[in-house]
Design a protein around this ligand. Structure first.
Ligand SMILES: NC(=O)c1ccc[n+]([C@@H]2O[C@H](COP(=O)([O-])OP(=O)(O)OC[C@H]3O[C@@H](n4cnc5c(N)ncnc54)[C@H](O)[C@@H]3O)[C@@H](O)[C@H]2O)c1
Length: 261
């Protein structure tokens, strides 16, 4: 049974490892999709959903540009008649030491991860407020709740910001009487996709995410494994279902038990 057949879902960062898994999961539930990403490979994500029989449109755009986010939101309303669900998945890793990292690089991470989440929500929210209903799912990180182990100040700062934005907006919408709009964050741990497998700076030099997980993280994760991108996608779908209407302002860890708070 397809549970979201009457919903239109906007996903930023939909060309990435986790974003594509989220798109596939919503398509499997029958939702109409509007996919956004800066990368030209967005068309591959669109074509994959299309080949599977899904209803999908791709809008190439940059989350650091408000006008691009407005175009993404408008496309959902034009094509699907409404913007029911927004998943903000666009993000940048950008590891480095604070004392050495270029200021522009540091600021870029914050502008994409936090500023981009804000701009996507800013564009989508008026459409949800006009109908009094909607679901916003931000993709944060466990590094939005902890300091990590070095080389992640910009990333951790941006993801702490995403969780703060998520919680504060949930409160704000409730106090304004918008009780049909929920806002929640998903906090992935180490995921076997995208930036979770990409090369990163470490004290011991550049290393792949998989190597970093094996060396430094596995022992600290109760389930002793990386998270699959589909597991993040299932959590996103759950937060868009009618059954989750009572959940808002939460930051849900999907991390194998790595961070328990
Ligand atoms: N993979 C992990 O282990 C992990 C862990 C925790 C959180 N996350 C978060 O999950 C989300 C997806 O990450 P991923 O692992 O799939 O990485 P990814 O690099 O595969 O995906 C990120 C996507 O965001 C897009 N993007 C970057 N800058 C953009 C911009 N300015 N405008 C529009 N799109 C832009 C990229 O083109 C890319 O397709 C990110 O927010 C990331 O911080 C990932």
């Amino acid at each position: 049974m397809k549970r979201l057949g009457d919903r239109t879902v906007v996903i930023t960062g939909a060309a990435g490892g986790i974003g594509r898994a989220i798109a596939r999961a919503f398509a499997a539930e029958g939702a109409s999709l509007v996919l956004g990403d800066l990368a030209p490979t967005l068309v591959d994500a669109r074509d994959e959903i299309h080949r599977g029989g899904g209803c999908v449109v791709a809008v190439q755009g940059d989350v650091t540009r408000s006008e691009d986010m407005a175009a993404l939101a408008a496309c959902a309303v034009d094509e699907g008649g409404a913007l029911d669900v927004l998943v903000t998945c666009a993000g940048l890793g950008g590891s480095g030491l604070l004392a050495e990292q270029d200021e522009a690089d540091w600021m870029r991470v914050v502008d994409v991860n936090l500023g981009g989440t804000y701009r996507a929500i800013r564009a989508a929210l008026p459409h949800m407020m006009a109908r009094g209903s909607g679901r916003i799912v931000t993709i944060a990180s466990v590094l939005g709740k902890m300091g990590g182990y070095g080389f992640v100040t910009a990333y951790a700062a941006s993801k702490h910001g995403v969780i703060g934005l998520t919680r504060a907006l949930a409160t704000e919408l409730g106090s304004q009487g918008f009780r049909g709009i929920t806002v929640n964050a998903i906090c992935p741990g180490y995921v076997r996709a995208g930036m979770g497998v990409a090369m990163q700076s470490t004290k011991a030099g550049p290393m792949s995410g998989i190597e970093i997980f094996e060396r430094y993280y596995r022992r600290q994760v109760p389930l002793r494994r990386m998270i699959e991108p589909e597991e993040i996608a299932h959590a996103a779908v759950f937060l868009a279902l009618p059954e989750s209407a009572g959940i808002t302002g939460q930051a849900v860890n999907v991390d194998g038990g790595f961070f328990m708070s």
